[in-house]
Each structure stands twice: as structure tokens, then as C-alpha cells.
Design a protein. Structure first.
Length: 317
């Protein structure tokens, strides 16, 4: 049930924020966790103070844009945790315990709009996420004749109560440099507010929090993908190829032989010391290996934001 999921995500977030970094011997781990804790607090402030004070997530005014990718998953965990905090604040003056109060919603209004063909494994992970996180997912038809703006108009026609949409975009994403945490859509788009509380995060912070959470992530990341797009324009990241990455731009020795997030995995919230990845379909495995039979490090071995989308091909005209 959603109240259990929201509490679980709140506990994950609070557990990460409670990590004492001072005893950590590895300076990279120590600094990454400290920066990630700051990033989480800033995202929480945007949601709890700036966003939830303006739009009520419990009456459908806010929808969540979710595609199953790592950035969206990080933001979803934090968002769900903030929903729990908002709920607890709403009953703080009640004489009755939390068990006597009904959580104000059953599922999170969620939208996924993409006209491109997905990896079968990414589609399966998306659907598994719907159940795991209690999402009510609107998925647009994959019709290349319908542009992104029109697809959102179609969504808003079905959900006219939506006034704002939470989006897991970061400043390092294409066209992300000038975005703001809260901004209205452009004139040629349907009117709603884009809520972007993840802009300030970098790639290391994303992986540090996500791997610590112990939550299952899309299995394609374990195979060396770092940014998931269309099945027609996404390859494994060439900088993660084993034993030699692309010529002329080798990974640092520390990135070649181990992950920067060994501590997070070993001390994850689930308590089992493992990274959890979803199943990759036989069809995806066959297609991936037919294109390149090389071995690749997992996606979280790469921490340079500028290389994150190196596996993306130029779109065909």
C-alpha cells in the first residue's frame, strides 16, 4: 500500500542523511556522501517548502514524470518520502495515532510520454515499478506523428486536475543548463508548471544514493549502460568496455578496477551488501551481445557527467 511505500522511502532517505562520514577512510566516498546529503536536503526543501506549499499532491494537482531511469527513481524515492512527511505534518495535532489516519491517496499520479521504442527490459522494469511504488501510470501511445507537446495535451485532457509535473532532469542533461526548479512551460506547450528539484545533482550523487537505497534498479545498468534512451539509439557506454575502453580516453585506474560506491553497496539500507538489478530479457541480451560481445563494467563505475551519454547515438532524421 502507498502509505507503507512512502514510509519505506522516507526511512531510506533519513538513513542516508544519518550516515556519519567522519570515520570513512576513503576520501572520495566521504566527500561524495557529504555532497549527496546536501543534494537530498536541497531537493527536500524544494518539495516540502516551495512545491507542496503551492500545489497539493494529495488532490491530484501534481503528477510525477517517470520512465524507470536512475534519475527518476532517485527523485521518486525522495518524493515519496516527502509525501510521508507531508502526511505526518497534516496529522501532528490529532489526538489519535498515525494508525487511525488514512493516507490521503492510494496511488501516485504518474505520466510516461515517449514515442520511441524501449528496451524490453526497461519496459518490464517500468511496469514492475508501477506495482512496487504504487503508481497510477498514464503511458502515451508510441505514435511518432504526435509530438511531445501534443502528447502532454492528451495527458492533461485525461487528467485536467494536473497543474504541475515533477520531472527528474539535471543541469548536465541536454538543454538542462538554464532550467530552474520551478518554471512554467513554453508558450507553444500546454500550460503546466515543471517541477525540477533534481537539477543540482551530479552522476556520482545519483549512484551513491540509489545504490545505498538497496532498491532494485533497471538491469541494463549492470550491463554497462549509463543513460537509457530508445532501443534504436542507445548502446553500452564505450568508456566502460573491459579491459580497454575507447581509444584516447581511458578511465582512471580507480574506475577501471572498482566502483566508487563499494561502501554504499556494502552498507546498503536493505542490509544485504549487494547491488540489486532487475532481470534483462533474453531478447535484449542477444541483441546487445550481437552488437558488441565485449565485457563492460556496470554503469555505476562511470562517474563523469560529461561521459554519461556517450552510449547515445545521433537520432536518425
Amino acid at each position: 500500500m502507498l502509505h507503507e511505500v512512502a514510509l519505506h522511502c522516507y526511512n531510506i532517505t533519513q538513513s542516508y542523511l544519518a550516515i556519519n562520514t567522519e570515520p570513512l577512510l576513503n576520501s572520495t566516498t566521504r566527500e561524495t556522501i557529504k555532497h549527496t546529503q546536501h543534494a537530498i536536503q536541497l531537493s527536500r526543501r524544494y518539495l516540502l517548502q516551495d512545491i507542496f506549499s503551492r500545489w497539493d499532491p494529495f488532490n491530484g494537482e501534481i503528477s510525477f514524470s517517470y520512465n524507470g531511469g536512475k534519475d527518476c527513481q532517485v527523485l521518486l524515492i525522495i518524493y515519496l518520502g516527502c509525501l510521508w512527511e507531508l502526511f505526518m505534518k497534516s496529522i501532528q495535532d490529532s489526538q489519535y495515532g498515525v494508525e487511525y489516519h488514512r493516507f490521503p491517496m492510494d496511488r501516485v499520479p504518474t505520466v510516461y510520454i515517449d514515442q520511441d521504442a524501449m528496451f524490453e527490459s526497461a519496459q518490464e522494469f517500468l511496469q514492475e515499478s508501477v506495482d512496487r511504488y504504487c503508481l497510477s501510470l498514464y503511458e502515451s501511445p508510441k505514435d511518432k506523428q504526435v509530438g511531445m507537446a501534443q502528447a502532454f495535451r492528451n495527458f492533461l485532457a485525461v487528467h485536467p486536475e494536473t497543474q504541475a509535473i515533477v520531472i527528474g532532469v539535471r543541469h548536465s542533461d541536454p538543454f538542462g543548463e538554464t532550467l530552474r526548479p520551478v518554471q512554467e512551460t513554453d508558450e507553444n506547450w500546454p500550460r503546466f508548471f515543471r517541477l525540477q528539484p533534481l537539477l543540482h545533482w551530479n552522476l556520482s550523487e545519483i549512484w551513491s544514493f540509489l545504490l545505498y537505497s538497496g532498491e532494485e534498479v533497471c538491469g541494463l545498468y549492470e550491463l554497462g549502460f549509463t543513460s537509457l534512451g530508445s532501443v534504436n539509439n542507445t548502446l553500452r557506454n564505450p568508456y566502460l568496455r573491459v579491459p580497454e575502453p575507447v581509444v584516447g580516453a581511458s578511465l582512471a585506474p580507480s574506475e577501471q578496477h572498482h566502483s566508487d560506491f563499494e561502501w554504499e553497496i556494502a552498507h546498503n539500507y536493505r542490509g544485504d551488501g549487494q547491488a540489486h538489478c532487475s532481470r534483462v530479457s533474453h531478447g535484449d541480451l542477444q541483441a546487445i551481445r550481437e552488437h558488441d560481445a565485449s565485457q563492460f563494467h556496470p554503469g555505476w563505475y562511470l562517474t563523469k557527467d560529461e561521459w554519461e551519454r556517450a552510449g547515445r547515438l545521433a537520432r536518425r532524421k
